[in-house]
Design a protein. Structure first.
Length: 266
């Protein structure tokens, strides 16, 4: 015969419920505290748009390009959250009016991640290259600052972007290709595989007629209009930077030999 237990009286049942109320309130209070702390941490390191908060981030400016008249510039920065491990890094673009260098405006890229950027000579457009091998054009003149995807250059990773001084073309280089993009026609004019172990440095003459492309053997001088190879120029390598002066000389920065000036017309 199973053991018999006395039935609980209403008073005993009520007493048991009342004993559990403090435990329930204590557990609920602890849960609310934990959720509040998590929310505070989230708000501490992000704002409602999902960007790193201004008070908890480090802005590392990676590159900067300038319009022809020197009035406008665009910087590309890597945003690094401070004190919070595991939060993703992200890139941001900023437009600068150099009449007041302290003022900058964030540029929207329609979720495109810009790995390179360059402002046009007129200061009215910005071209960017993305993680997935695309080029896009940001119109700074219109009120909406629209973003137009120009096309895909896969499988290449575009790591050099240069506007021609006349603002009609973009000369670019990646891990595998050097190519020219017509901004007016919205198409690739020409491309060829380069033989450099790293993405080649580029420089364009002030008249937009000729550009230089670094290789492991020196420099190639090419026609901007069709990419025709005009000649090669000996230069120290590896070339880390390339700057073309208005008088026809170009300056090559080399790790072992430093800064060297070479006359393009020799």
């Amino acid at each position: 015969m199973p053991p018999q237990f006395p039935a609980a009286t209403p008073q005993q049942g009520l007493r048991g419920v009342l004993k559990r109320i403090p435990v329930f309130l204590l557990g609920t209070s602890a849960l609310i505290s934990v959720l509040g702390a998590m929310q505070w941490i989230a708000l501490r390191y992000t704002n409602p748009r999902g960007d790193a908060a201004a008070t908890a981030r480090k802005v590392n400016v990676i590159d900067f390009s300038l319009s022809k008249d020197g009035r406008y510039g665009v910087s590309r920065a890597l945003i690094e959250p401070l004190g919070a491990r595991g939060l993703p890094l992200h890139f941001a673009l900023y437009q600068h009016d150099l009449r007041d260098p302290q003022v900058k405006a964030a540029l929207e890229t329609d979720s495109l991640v810009a790995i390179q950027s360059a402002i046009s000579p007129s200061g009215q457009q910005v071209v960017i290259s993305t993680w997935d091998g695309k080029l896009a054009l940001i119109d700074l003149a219109g009120p909406q600052r629209s973003v137009e995807v120009l096309g895909c250059v896969k499988p290449d990773w575009v790591s050099r972007l240069h506007w021609t001084p006349d603002g009609t073309k973009v000369i670019a280089a990646g891990d595998e290709l050097v190519f020219a993009w017509s901004v007016e026609q919205r198409r690739t004019l020409y491309r060829w595989p380069h033989d450099s172990t790293t993405p080649p440095c580029l420089a364009i003459t002030a008249d937009s007629q000729v550009f230089l492309s670094a290789t492991d053997e020196g420099l190639q001088v090419r026609n901007v209009a069709d990419g025709e190879l005009l000649r090669t120029v000996a230069a120290p390598h590896p070339i880390r930077s390339l700057t073309l002066a208005s008088d026809g000389r170009f300056f090559v920065c080399n790790i072992t030999e430093g800064l060297i000036a070479i006359d393009l017309h020799d």
